[in-house]
Structure formats: structure tokens, C-alpha cells
Design a binder for this molecule. Structure first.
Ligand code: HEC
Length: 414
């Protein structure tokens, strides 16, 4: 039974939007909801100041479809991440990094995770808005002053006239049977425009256009060529006022950016005062002895053998006979008719070199000899002497006699 008649200020000309029942307690609205649900109404809703437990079931509201929408979005995000990375890494821009495979799952997991979350988040927000018919610029209930109490201490139930079962008298009677505190007609809102305010529309258009400007600039920058420096937002240390090697520097007369060291400059560790050690000479004459500090030991000879294998064997061969791979290749090319002169590497085992002073061998390795380039800049001083020591062993090998062997070695041969 209604205690109040429809408020007198309600314009009777406006068509009916629905009937609004007001209750004082959550228990009452739960009870009323069950009645309306069981009567078969579909287009109705309740408004409460706080979440009322059990109201979903009382109203017959089914589980939301939102999780399914989000699941689809998540799978789309995952697929997008996989396809995007697979396509860019293996097809569009294949780039070998440390011999790693172009495509492997673990490296791509972070982006897969990120896009899954991103797509899900947008689907959740967008799906929630769409499923709830939001945003809703105006609603007929906005004009009901009493309805403001839905945010305070009153509970409302609205059955809209759009419901197929709606009948002005029957519906009102049904609602009265649930004993509402107030029962009220809600007329359609004829005063508020249901269009978005112009200001908002214009602001949205301007913002959308403004958001596209950076992309337009990107596109232009990609397609055009200019001598001007491009817009460079973060400079870091990209443009430094410094001179680079091999570039021009107008500050100096010779316009070279690289400067020669001052006359007489000695690099750290570059002081070479020991004539015997560094030039292989004693008083200007090639030395016949190894310098002090270079002692004949098995280790030194082994070191020399290793260095010889790296720096000399390619041309002179492992036995020093002058038959290294470089020589073989050059000889084969010449036999094939390729023009050009080739000076064969010297046979290092020949008698003249056996008799040559070690100082002269040192000089040949350090500074090169006739057609052979010098190796002083790549092989350290000690290593050059070690190579010579090994070279001597090689040469000795050719002229070795039984007398060089120990009695045990000799008996082993027999
Ligand atoms: C790029 C090939 C090449 C390499 C590498 C090379 N040599 Fe030679 N070497 C030559 C050639 C060619 C000659 C003969 C040059 C000539 O007669 O014009 C030669 C000559 C020599 C001679 C004879 C010098 C003389 O007085 O006649 C010696 C000793 C020698 N090399 C030692 C070495 C040692 C030790 C190494 C390793 C540090 C070495 N070479 C690495 C090509 C090479």
C-alpha cells in the first residue's frame, strides 16, 4: 500500500519511464527483489547505498560474461606477442646475436606476458563499460530528489516501462504487495539532453587529432630526407664537441685531428736501451750469443715452438723447410696461371742460416728482411728470442749425429 501519491510537480505529459519503490532495509529490498524476479520481470534494477549480499541471486542475475571477454583478449594478446616477435626476429629483421637461435620461447616470454596483461586490462575496462551501457550521460532517476538517498540510507527498486510484462496498474499492485515505504512514478526525462555536452565533444576531437600528430611526424621523418639534424629529444652524449681520429681539425696547420707524439716520446714500457736484447747487437755487430735474461730451458724452447707455429709456420712450414700453407697456396695459384711474382719463404734449415748469428735472425724477425715483413710489432721481444731458440733446435736437428744422443736414447734406437 502506497503511503504517498505521485509527487504533484511530476509533469503528467511526459511518458512513464518506470515505477520506483523505496525500502528502508536491505532485508526488505531482498524480499521485494525475489517477488519481482519470480513474477518474471527482466528490465528492472535495484539501487542500494552499499553492496547487499545475496542481491544477485535475489534478482536472478546470472554470472557476468566479462571473464570470457577477458580470456579472449588475453589469448589475442598472447598470440599477437608471439607472432610479432617471431615475424620481426626471423623474417623481417633476422639478426644473429652470439649465435643464439633466431626464435626461442624463453627470450620472448616477457613481451608475451606484457601483451597478455595489456590486452586483458583494456578488455576488462572496455567490456565492463559496454556491458553496463556506460557512459550514461543522463538518467530519468537523476531528476528524482528522493533518489539521492540511494547513496545514503534508502534502498530503491525500479521496474521500467520497457519491460514486456509492464502494466501500469498490475506492476504497481505487485510492488505495493512488497510493502515499500514509498511508491513513485518516474517520468521520462524531457529536460536533459541525452547527448554529450558540446565542450566534451570538441575537447575529444581536439585531443584525438593532437594524439595523431606525433605519429604523423614519425611517418614524415621516415619518408623524407633532410640536411637538418632531426628532432633529437634525448641528447645524452650523442653530439660531443670532440675531434675524431682521421678527421679534420682546423686548429692545427696540418689540419690533422690526430697528433704525432712529441719528439723523443717513449711509451710506457717502451724504453729499449739494451742493445743486445732489443737489437740483437753488441757494439753494432750482430751478437752470436743470447742476451742476458734469455736462458736456454725446455720451457723457453717450447714457448718458441708454439709462437713459431703461430707466426712463422704459415709461410716457412712447421719444420722451417719453406713449405707452409701460404707458400703452397701461392705456388698453386701461379701454376694455375695467376699473374704476379711470389718469392718463396726461405728454407730456415739451410747451412748459411745455421751459421748466421742469432742477433741477425733477431733483426730479420723484428724488422723483416727483403720480401718478408717484420714481426716486431706483434711478437714480444722475449718471444722473438724464444722463436730463435726453437729455430736453432730445428736447424740442429738436421745435422744431428748419433753422438748427440744419450747412451739410453742410443740403446732405445737399436
Ligand atoms: C708471410 C710469409 C712469412 C712469414 C709469416 C714469415 N716469413 Fe720469414 N721469410 C719469408 C720470405 C718470403 C722470406 C724470403 C725473403 C726474401 O728472400 O726476399 C723469408 C725469409 C726469412 C729468413 C731468412 C733471412 C735471411 O737472412 O735470408 C728468416 C731467418 C726468416 N724468414 C724467419 C722467419 C721467422 C722466425 C718467422 C716467424 C716469426 C717468419 N720468418 C715468418 C716469408 C715469411
Amino acid at each position: 500500500m502506497s503511503e504517498e501519491q505521485p509527487s504533484p510537480e511530476t509533469p503528467t505529459t511526459a511518458p512513464l519511464h518506470g515505477v520506483l519503490a523505496e525500502y528502508n532495509t536491505p532485508g526488505e529490498i531482498l524480499e521485494a527483489s525475489r517477488v519481482i524476479r519470480d513474477a518474471g520481470y527482466t528490465k528492472w534494477d535495484t539501487y542500494t547505498p552499499f553492496a547487499v549480499h545475496g542481491i544477485d541471486a535475489a534478482m536472478g542475475i546470472k554470472m557476468t560474461r566479462l571473464p570470457w571477454i577477458v580470456l579472449c583478449a588475453a589469448l589475442t594478446g598472447l598470440t599477437t606477442a608471439i607472432l610479432l616477435q617471431w615475424w620481426t626476429n626471423t623474417i623481417d629483421y633476422p639478426f644473429v646475436i652470439s649465435g643464439k637461435p633466431m626464435w626461442s620461447i624463453p627470450a620472448n616470454v616477457p613481451i608475451m606476458f606484457e601483451l597478455t596483461v595489456l590486452f586483458s586490462a583494456f578488455a576488462t575496462l572496455g567490456g565492463m563499460l559496454v556491458l553496463n551501457n556506460l557512459p550514461l550521460p543522463s538518467h530519468p532517476l537523476d531528476l528524482k530528489e528522493r533518489f539521492a538517498k540511494a547513496t545514503d540510507d534508502k534502498f530503491f527498486l525500479l521496474i521500467t516501462a520497457a519491460d514486456p510484462l509492464f502494466d501500469e496498474t498490475d506492476t504497481r499492485e505487485l510492488l505495493e504487495s512488497t510493502h515499500p515505504a514509498v511508491l513513485d512514478d518516474v517520468p521520462e526525462d524531457r529536460q536533459t539532453s541525452d547527448k554529450l555536452p558540446r565542450v566534451i565533444v570538441y575537447a575529444m576531437i581536439i585531443l584525438t587529432v593532437a594524439a595523431l600528430i606525433p605519429f604523423a611526424l614519425f611517418a614524415k621523418a621516415r619518408e623524407t630526407q633532410t640536411r637538418e639534424r632531426r628532432l633529437h629529444a634525448i641528447w645524452d652524449m650523442d653530439f660531443q664537441p670532440k675531434y675524431k681520429a682521421q678527421r679534420e681539425n682546423l686548429l692545427f696547420d696540418d689540419h690533422r685531428a690526430m697528433r704525432e707524439p712529441l719528439q723523443g716520446t717513449v711509451a710506457v714500457g717502451g724504453l729499449k736501451t739494451d742493445e743486445h736484447l732489443n737489437q740483437g747487437k753488441i757494439d753494432g755487430v750482430f751478437a752470436r750469443t743470447f742476451p742476458r735474461g734469455i736462458t736456454v730451458t725446455a720451457e723457453t724452447i717450447e714457448r718458441g715452438q708454439e709462437r713459431f707455429g703461430i707466426y712463422c709456420a704459415p709461410c716457412h712450414g712447421y719444420s722451417g723447410a719453406g713449405d707452409g700453407m701460404v707458400h703452397k697456396r701461392a705456388a698453386a695459384l701461379q701454376e694455375g696461371g695467376v699473374a704476379g711474382s711470389w718469392v718463396p719463404p726461405t728454407n730456415l734449415q739451410q747451412q748459411t742460416l745455421y751459421e748466421q748469428p742469432v742477433g741477425q735472425l733477431f733483426d730479420s724477425i723484428t724488422n723483416g728482411v727483403r720480401n718478408m715483413p717484420g714481426y716486431g710489432h706483434v711478437v714480444s721481444t722475449e718471444d722473438r728470442w724464444a722463436i730463435i731458440m726453437y729455430l736453432r733446435a730445428l736447424q740442429r736437428m738436421r745435422v744431428a749425429s748419433l753422438g748427440d744422443l744419450t747412451p739410453e736414447e742410443r740403446s732405445a734406437l737399436k
